[in-house]
Ligand binder design. Structure first.
Ligand code: ADP
Length: 441
């Protein structure tokens, strides 16, 4: 087993990883930018090193500095967390070259899955139904794209092959818009991801975003932990995540789970990963794989009782996870609300909700600073319950207990969604946020 691990991240995920490391008896090394001197992950880690000024490009994204600190500190492994370098094949390779374990997928797997066109090809190879669309890059091929779009029927969506975080997507309603959309999407992809490759898909109407959590040991032990429904999104960014999904039957769950296991086994996948599907009119379609742990892994921890970060570390370090498929029982219901800062600044008072089956993952404390340099998510409130109805009420109660003073956060908006008939009845699609907010105005 490893003795010491460097966390190449910040915020709630760094804090989350430190907690599991403590339980595993692993010493942690935190890194931080000048903006994060007083951050919670810095206080909680066994050791902490400043790696540069506030902008991520000069600190959290500096692969050379991160690996040097880890090597100097004699760390055995690096955990990249989520975002930043978590899906960077070069970083995973660099960590390996320095004789340390990367707590994530192998570089070649990250590379293959990071190209969404290639990921769809691999999924099809193992017999998974994908969203209809172009089988390859479609840059500048207006005529070919037009023919395919006519065949599939409008609307279609142009997406960045290297895309992420809901960016680099363009919906095309009619043939006249296609040429321009191809150019704009490619330019956006180039400036956001330094890779202008774009592809095309049928734009599904009001689908559900459903994903399956997977764990693997790099060999035969590959298991799935059921689904999460992440259909409540603002600008394609997830806001509320729940499990089980109101549109997934036992039969569909089993099929999705088996698809996920086939794909991950094919990749000899080690650690935690997610396969994302869109569900439309009773049918599910593969969309992409996230070759890392996700923000919303906590929902699945609540329904299964499995510490996903712990199993991820064990699976990556020596391929010895403590769970197999037979151990997985999905109990009741879980819901997560992402709390996002609407303004940066000093948090004068913070109190997390307590009480039955209520969990808060955060880096906030009274007197901490929320910096404008990084992701706006400051906390995740997660509740578990016997039923969905009970879970929604529990979340409402928890959100009313949450105290964050000094900065503005999105709690009112989350309450509006929770109380909306669309969300309550469970009959909605990925456009639900716009519908609810539009109805309120
Ligand atoms: P990212 O990696 O940027 O998160 P995804 O491919 O996961 O991008 O898509 C994010 C969201 O965009 C999906 O959850 C869904 O709401 C929407 N989306 C993506 N592709 C389609 C599609 N073909 N039809 C309808 N909605 C889509």
């Amino acid at each position: 087993m490893i003795k010491s691990l460097l966390i190449a991240n910040r915020g709630e995920i760094a804090v989350r990883i430190i907690r599991t490391c403590r339980e595993l008896g692993i010493k942690t090394v935190a890194v931080y930018s000048e903006a994060d001197r007083d951050a919670l992950h810095v206080k909680m880690a066994d050791k902490a090193y400043c790696i540069g000024p506030p902008p991520s490009a000069k600190s959290y994204l500096r692969m050379d500095s991160l690996v040097t600190v880890a090597a100097n500190m004699q760390c055995d492994a690096i955990h990249p967390g989520v975002g930043f370098l978590s899906e960077n094949a070069d970083f995973a390779g660099l960590v390996r070259e320095h004789g340390m374990t990367f707590i994530g997928a192998k570089p070649e797997v990250i590379k293959a899955l990071g190209d969404k066109v290639e990921a769809k090809r691999i999924a099809e190879e193992v017999g998974i139904r994908t969203i209809p669309g172009s089988k390859e890059a479609i840059n500048g091929q207006v005529e070919k794209a037009g023919e395919l779009a006519a065949e599939m029927g409008y609307p279609v969506i142009i997406k960045a092959a290297a895309g992420g975080g809901g960016r680099g997507m363009r919906i095309v309603e009619e043939p006249g818009e296609l040429a321009k959309a191809l150019t704009i999407a490619a330019n956006e992809a180039e400036s956001n991801f330094a890779d202008g490759t774009v592809y095309m898909e049928k734009y599904l109407f009001s689908p559900r975003h459903v994903e399956i959590q997977v764990l693997g040991d790099g060999r035969d032990n590959v298991l799935h932990l059921g689904e999460r429904d992440c259909s409540v999104q603002k600008n394609h960014q997830k806001l509320l995540e729940e499990s089980p999904s109101t549109v997934v039957s036992g039969e569909m769950r089993e099929k999705m789970g088996q698809d996920a296991i086939r794909l991950f086994r094919h990749l000899n996948y080690a650690g935690a990963g997610t396969i994302e599907f869109l569900v439309c009119e009773g049918q599910y379609y593969f969309m992409e794989v996230n070759a890392r742990v996700q923000v919303e892994h906590t929902v699945t921890e609540m329904t299964t009782g499995v510490d996903i970060i712990r199993q991820q570390i064990l699976g990556c370090v020596d391929g010895k996870m403590e769970v197999s498929q037979d151990d997985i029982r999905i109990r009741g219901y879980a819901l997560e609300a992402r709390i996002n800062a609407l303004t940066p600044g000093l948090v004068t008072k913070f109190e997390a909700p307590l009480g039955p089956m209520t969990r808060t993952d955060t880096f906030l404390y009274s007197g901490c600073n929320v910096s404008p340099y990084y992701d706006s998510m400051v906390a995740k409130i997660i509740v578990q319950a016997m039923t969905r109805e009970e879970g929604l009420k529990r979340m409402e109660r928890a959100l009313h207990e949450l105290v964050i003073e000094g900065i503005k956060v999105n709690v009112d908006e989350q309450l509006t969604i929770l109380q909306s008939p669309a969300f309550r009845t469970g009959k909605f699609g990925t456009d639900v946020y716009n519908k609810i907010i539009a109805a309120k105005k």
